[in-house]
Design a protein around this ligand. Structure first.
Ligand SMILES: Cc1cc2nc3c(=O)[nH]c(=O)nc-3n(C[C@H](O)[C@H](O)[C@H](O)COP(=O)(O)OP(=O)(O)OC[C@H]3O[C@@H](n4cnc5c(N)ncnc54)[C@H](O)[C@@H]3O)c2cc1C
Length: 399
């Protein structure tokens, strides 16, 4: 049997970050994942989503030495623009626009947006090169056996590892979570998010724009220019029926429909990638700890992509866990450490999951009266500067 301090099950962006952070603190780490890396966004299976890292997440990545590896691929988010296009007009018309400006609450931008395929590829290279990490790609963590003093994990390649802590970063259907008997509460929205990249003639000026009508928000998030053309990542949330209809459209019909849905704010939108689709749900684990096991990221919580909270919450999990391990390295994975981890994170996670769920439901509203009420709500909140600033600060903090 082989040994290590920490075994990270899952080498998505969260798992790779966790592996790197523990290794940087001097722990010996094994990280396993079955999914191959995509070298370009055209590769089969490439993650076409992007991640807007909010200030605390960018600071954490910077502290552990990963930010400098992806900084050149990032776009700053200086302004969050919310547009209400919920009026009866067809095609939609922007009837209300409110700008939340980072400068009002901070010297820094709200966040920085980076394509996920670049994050996974770059972080995987860094993990692979780290002297404290064994990175096993193409390998699954299959069985978990724990006792008070250690965990034993059996991998799909037949290897068995004995470790002090297992970090479950193996996604929303986490095998490690299931094996430890931790239950989850799931709520499906009957909705999908389409994620893809576009180019457009009008520059985004580092403004992230969320347009509300019905079925869910249509969000354009700044990307660096593509072949000298302004470019954005789009997340378009719709009911399952509408999303399936959009996915079945020819690229040119789809471009016409998405340009109309964007209210033409950047001129004609041209597809740069395939369209990927993600089912929308909230899911939360009853607790973040089991014997010798810590749940992080989507193994612990799943939220719709509203307010860029998902992976940002995950980095909050990793930072909390690594800080506890640094404080008492000999007790890594012990019951008291993992109880403290759970207590420090679960309240904030529950609040954010609930808040995002409510925002999503408001954004899905079909009925005209509800859409008008939503616009009035935005107007009222925005008109009160202290409330506006508090909301911006709450959105920023992922701790
Ligand atoms: C459209 C969209 C846009 C988003 N935008 C943002 C944003 O702007 N900001 C933000 O903070 N969040 C955002 N999110 C959320 C964010 O993308 C997710 O939180 C994040 O990608 C999940 O990462 P993860 O590492 O937890 O899970 P995953 O990416 O699912 O990784 C899990 C990994 O575990 C591996 N695995 C599975 N089973 C096993 C096993 N048994 N053993 C070993 N490995 C295993 C899988 O191969 C996979 O690589 C968005 C989400 C969506 C849907």
């Amino acid at each position: 049997m082989k040994t290590c301090d920490v075994l990270v099950s899952g080498g998505g962006i969260a798992g790779l970050t966790a592996a790197y952070a523990f290794a940087q603190s001097g722990f010996s780490v094994v990280c396993v994942d079955p999914t191959p890396l995509a070298a370009t966004r055209e590769d089969h299976g490439a993650d076409l989503r992007t991640t807007a890292f909010l200030q605390p997440s960018q600071a954490f990545l910077n502290d552990i030495g990963l930010w400098s590896l992806v900084a050149e691929h990032s776009s700053a988010l200086e302004v969050m623009r919310i547009i209400d296009a919920g009026g009866p007009e067809v095609p939609p018309v922007a009837r209300l626009q409110k700008d939340f400006v980072a400068k009002d609450v901070s010297d820094l931008p709200f966040g920085w947006n980076v394509p996920n395929y670049i994050l996974r590829k770059t972080f995987a290279q860094a993990v692979d090169a780290h002297p404290n990490i064994t990175f096993l790609l193409g390998v699954t963590a299959e069985k978990l056996f724990t006792r008070l003093t250690e965990a034993r994990v059996t991998l799909s390649n037949g290897d068995k590892y004995r470790c002090k802590l297992v970090v479950a970063a193996d996604g929303r259907n986490s095998t490690m979570r299931t094996q430890s008997g931790i239950s989850v509460t799931t709520n499906q929205f009957g909705q999908k998010a389409l994620a893809f990249a576009v180019s457009h003639a009008i520059p985004h000026e580092n403004v992230s724009t969320e347009i509300h009508r019905k079925g869910g928000p249509f969000t354009l998030v700044p990307l660096p220019d593509h072949k000298d053309q302004p470019s954005s990542a789009i997340v378009w949330m719709e009911t399952n029926m509408q999303a399936d209809r959009l996915l079945a459209m020819s690229p040119s019909d789809f471009e016409t429909e998405m340009t109309a849905r964007s209210c033409g704010i950047f001129g004609k939108l041209s597809l740069l990638t395939n369209r990927s689709a993600w089912p929308m749900m909230t899911q939360i684990a009853e607790r973040l700890n089991g014997q010798r096991l810590a749940l992080i990221a989507e193994a612990a919580h799943v939220v719709p992509p509203i307010g860029a909270q998902g992976l940002n919450m995950s980095l909050g999990d990793i930072r909390a866990l690594v800080e506890l391990a640094q404080k008492a390295p000999h007790d890594i994975g012990a019951e008291t450490m993992l109880e403290t981890y759970n207590k420090s994170r679960i309240g904030d996670i529950r609040t954010r999951v609930k808040g995002i769920s409510l925002l999503n439901q408001a954004s899905m509203a079909e009925h005209q009266t509800l859409r008008d009420l939503r616009a009035m709500g935005l107007e009222t909140l925005y008109a009160l500067p202290p409330v506006r600033k508090t909301l911006m600060k709450m959105g920023l903090g992922s701790r």
